[in-house]
Design a protein around this ligand. Structure first.
Ligand SMILES: Nc1ncnc2c1ncn2[C@@H]1O[C@H](COP(=O)(O)OP(=O)(O)O)[C@@H](O)[C@H]1O
Ligand SMILES: [Mg+2]
Length: 413
């Protein structure tokens, strides 16, 4: 009998490359850059052991860092198991790491304007029309109603619908002092929405804009880099364009810490397309946090349910892709109506509204909880940030245009 050949072992550089996508949200950089990765050991059976030094052993972010390392390194060919060993930094190490964090906070490394303590959630799907934008608008609203600060980035540059769904009319204003775009702000319960969309930069939803691939990415990059996102932003929910193209790749590069949620309909077969989105996320080493099934069984006024678009698709996708099902949103005309009226139904009564609130609860308490700023080195970094922004507020920059200078959208049709 010939033994089955085992896949080649991953090399250390590949593992380290992936670890660069693991961010210590408190220190504002990746764990390699911060000197937290002390060793990477690869043994013949494909087990990879990563040794990580924390600033304090009781760091509350440990679980998150562990999960990130597991998902990323585990996605590499030839890896059979990922083990973590934790150590605590000595005084010197800690000083060096804090120095690095301070340098990052002062903007020495080019980074996005999205705070390191913001959880970035990209809402994606294999194809259009499955309800990404409806899910984005309602999930963001339900999260804000929990008292959170929630950003919404409409990255569907061609097919933007977020301004209409959230009932925001108008243009984005640049901040004449700092040259940054100020997101539209909406108060929701005890929380806030901070919204940015291509729709605020063009005249009407119907105008057919064609952004070349590069421009498209540039627009999203612009929204990540040049928008004055609030410093206390808990979530940034990104409404992705359909498919698995340039924007997804660009996001993975610009925001390796972004996590994807995949929206699918319950129809068998729909998840084939959705699986592609999940594969794509994995290939670019983004964590896929879960599946949301939309347009699930329709519940009539008498309480009877009708599975108009089939059933079990979300469950199936979650199972096939090995990720949790975060929620199922029933098909209900009020969802579409709320979208057209600019009043997301997430705060109303009814099965779909309740499902959106349940989804927000799962996201906020289990799947993608906000980053707690207590413990670790958080307050030190906070103090640094405050000092830095006080210093830079007076300095300013000279870029005042709301759209990045190079190139203009090409009008077609
Ligand atoms: N749960 C739902 N029940 C009823 N209609 C829905 C539901 N989710 C979305 N829709 C409707 O389906 C259409 C497509 O939704 P949309 O959120 O724009 O999808 P996408 O952003 O994926 O293209 C819209 O008209 C929307 O109002
Ligand atoms: Mg959409």
């Amino acid at each position: 009998m010939t033994p089955t050949p085992s896949p080649p072992l991953p090399d250390e550089d590949a593992v380290t490359g992936l670890l660069r996508g693991v961010i210590d949200p408190e220190l504002g950089s990746d764990i390699v850059d911060l000197g937290m990765v002390k060793a990477v050991d690869i043994v013949a059976d494909g087990t990879v052991t990563v040794t990580v030094a924390l600033t304090t052993a009781g760091c509350p972010l440990r679980a998150q860092i562990q999960r990130d390392i597991r998902t990323r390194v585990g996605s590499l060919d030839g890896v059979s198991d990922v083990q973590l060993t934790w150590t605590e930094m000595d005084k010197e190490d800690k000083a060096r790491t804090m120095e690095r964090a301070r340098a990052n906070a002062q903007g020495e490394s080019p980074d996005t304007q999205v705070p390191a303590t913001t959880r970035v959630v990209a809402v994606a799907s294999g194809k259009g029309g499955v309800g990404k934008s409806s899910v984005t608008a309602n999930l963001a609203t339900a999260l804000a109603a929990r008292g959170l600060s929630v950003g919404v980035l409409d990255a569907d540059i061609w097919g933007f619908s977020i301004p209409r769904m959230l009932g925001i009319d108008g243009r984005m204003s640049g901040d004449p002092e700092g040259g940054r775009i100020t997101p539209h702000e909406l108060a929701v319960g005890d929380g806030h929405l901070h919204v940015v969309s291509m729709g605020f930069l063009v005249d009407d939803e119907g105008s057919a804009l064609m952004w070349r691939g590069l421009m498209l990415n540039r627009a999203v990059q612009h929204f990540l880099e040049d928008v004055a996102w609030p410093r206390d932003l808990d979530y940034l929910i990104i409404d992705m364009p359909p498919g698995t193209g340039d924007v997804q790749m660009g996001l993975a590069r610009m925001m390796p810490r972004a996590e994807m949620v995949i929206v699918t309909t319950p129809a068998k077969g729909a998840q084939k397309v959705a699986v592609r989105a999940a594969d794509m996320a994995r290939r670019s080493h983004l964590r896929v946090a879960g599946v949301i099934e939309n347009m699930s069984a329709f519940i009539c006024d008498h309480g009877d349910t009708y599975a108009l678009f089939g059933s079990g698709g979300g469950e199936q996708l979650a199972h096939d892709a090995g990720i949790p099902l975060l929620g199922s949103i029933p098909l209900e005309s009020a969802v579409g109506q709320g979208g057209d009226d600019g009043a997301p139904i997430a705060l109303d009564d009814g099965p779909a509204a309740e499902a959106f609130r349940a989804l927000a609860e799962t996201v906020a308490t289990e799947a993608i909880p906000p980053i707690e700023m207590q413990g670790c080195t958080a307050h030190i970094l906070d103090a640094v940030n405050t000092a830095v922004s006080a210093a830079t507020d007076t300095a300013g920059t000279d870029d005042q245009s709301p759209v990045a200078g190079e190139g203009q959208p090409v009008q077609i049709g």
